[in-house]
Design a protein around this ligand. Structure first.
Ligand code: PMV
Length: 330
């Protein structure tokens, strides 16, 4: 078989409405953002899977399940486990065995709730599939990437690998088919990264404990978030920026009530609103990670500055309707 290098790219994501409530009931509304993971895969003649994670400054290879560091500390291999599993599952699916050189680059901040891990898994499956001359459908790519994600994240909801594969806007609810939307008109957002890493599991557990202590109260908050998400989706479909903004603000207040915001997120949210954002809220699990503000061309610069002043890292993002894509490099 001819050796060829194949590059695949896949988008990250931001949750616009419904984080935490989605664990209990109702929808989460998730956007693919125009920040992407890029993976290049190439066959090699041995049976090892070599990874070069250029952005993160480490590289190494898996011989079977064992990681051997070439650059950087050996524990860093844990980060690569999901991608190794995704690559192996792809080979199994295509009934092929080969060594691989896999190079990862990404402009999606890591461990910030922006779906960087799933985007790399999705792009890895697509790039490996391409390098092995395999024929993978989008469904194949999505489910093979999920296999990798499961190894590292237990039983993730499946939102991240879906949004990375298909792009656009998704309505996700447990036990229901995913719905994908294309919105009229463009929406512009500024994402502010607190640069504080956090664990989704710990924050979901924290809300769970509050639910155990104050079930009626927390149930009421969850109901309100569900209503906010349903109304939010309507507002998105109407392209009603003022209404989307109001609902983002309400959603942030409800997430704060659940105890998942932190002062840096609150500061950035309020600074963005004060700089002309239609609305702003934390996005993802909270406890650090990111906030998201809805803006228009006019106020974007002011909001970016406001986020800088709060010692956050601003990123201007659009919704990306381009899911995973692949191209041959030679
Ligand atoms: O991991 P994140 O930051 O994308 O957040 C996940 C969203 C939660 O609702 C908090 C958890 C979940 O599994 O839905």
């Amino acid at each position: 078989m001819m050796k060829m290098a194949v590059e695949a790219t896949a988008p990250g994501k931001a949750i616009l409405f419904g984080e935490h409530s989605v664990v209990y009931r109702g929808p989460a509304i998730v956007l693919a953002i125009d920040k992407r993971a890029r993976v290049v895969a190439e066959r090699t003649d041995d049976d090892k899977i070599f990874f070069d994670a250029l952005d993160l400054g480490f590289s190494g290879f898996f011989d079977g399940e064992t990681y051997y560091a070439v650059n950087g500390e050996p524990w860093r291999g844990r980060r690569l486990l999901a991608f190794m599993v995704a690559a192996r599952k792809t080979m199994e699916h295509l009934d092929t065995e080969s060594g691989l050189n896999i190079t990862i680059r990404s402009d999606i901040p890591v461990a910030a709730g922006l779906g960087s891990s799933a985007a790399v898994s999705v792009a890895t499956v697509a790039a490996v599939g391409g390098a092995l001359d395999g024929d993978l459908s989008q469904e194949d790519i999505c489910s093979l990437a999920y296999e990798g994600e499961k190894v590292v994240h237990g039983t993730p909801s499946g939102v991240d690998n879906n949004i990375s594969t298909y792009g656009g806007v998704l309505r996700y609810e447990r036990g229901r088919e995913l719905e994908r939307f294309e919105l009229e008109g463009e929406l512009l957002f500024v994402i502010g990264n607190t640069l504080r890493r956090r664990s989704t599991k710990k924050l979901v557990d924290r809300v769970g404990r509050l639910m155990e202590r104050e079930p009626e109260l927390v149930d009421g908050i969850i109901d309100s978030i569900v209503r906010t998400s349903e109304n939010g989706l309507e507002a998105l479909k109407e392209a009603n920026l003022n209404r989307i903004g109001d609902l983002m603000n309400v959603n942030h207040g409800l997430l704060s009530a659940l105890g998942v915001s932190i002062s840096r997120l609150d500061l950035m949210v309020h600074a963005s609103r004060g700089s002309g954002a239609y609305g702003a809220k934390l996005t993802g699990a909270g406890g650090g990670g990111c906030m998201i503000a809805l803006t228009d061309g006019e106020n974007t610069g002011r909001i970016q500055k406001a986020i800088y002043r709060c010692r956050g890292e601003p990123h201007v993002v659009n919704i990306s309707y381009e899911g995973v894509n692949t191209r041959r490099l030679d």
